[in-house]
Design a protein. Structure first.
Length: 157
């Protein structure tokens, strides 16, 4: 039924709670797990005294670009470790690092990777916490055009 399962991860133990479920599905279906990490570009550091319309100094842009590249390298290293662990269990894996908004990137990656299913962990936010921090899971749920498997992670993880 499922041949390609997209599994968005963010490096947290909460997000990793989906892995045993995705692994079981992949083993039963002979599916490939596509491990996705989305690096969110931060805003260019603000320099006091410059207007918001001013162009950042070249040094600031260089530092920003380097930090973004470092984050992508760390994401790739993290995904490789996860993939290696899954491969020992005879699970086929692929890894993808994207840069951008997590919701849009997950939805776009599902399309680009031809995923039959998106399997992810909800961080279990509710009330004010959800209002202040937003919800990637909720955003994906609203925009996705394919099946979505959600596992609710506990707050203490």
């Amino acid at each position: 039924m499922y041949k390609r399962i997209l599994v968005p991860l963010d490096g947290s133990k909460r997000a990793e709670r989906i892995l045993p479920h995705a692994q079981n599905l992949a083993a039963k279906e002979g599916a490939t797990l596509i491990l996705l990490y989305v690096v969110e570009p931060g805003m260019v550091p603000f320099t006091p005294g410059l207007s918001m319309a001013a162009t950042p100094a070249p040094q600031e842009l260089e530092l920003y670009w380097k930090s973004l590249q470092d984050a992508e390298k760390e994401a790739a290293k993290y995904l490789k470790a996860q993939a290696d662990s899954l491969s020992k269990q005879k699970i086929n894996t692929e890894t993808v690092v994207m840069r951008g908004d997590p919701v849009s990137s997950i939805v776009q990656s599902a399309e680009d990777q031809n995923a039959d299913l998106i399997a992810m962990s909800s961080h279990g936010r509710s009330g004010l916490e959800r209002v202040f921090y937003g919800s990637v899971t909720n955003g994906v749920l609203q925009k996705v055009d394919r099946p979505l498997l959600l596992i609710r992670a506990q707050k203490d993880e």
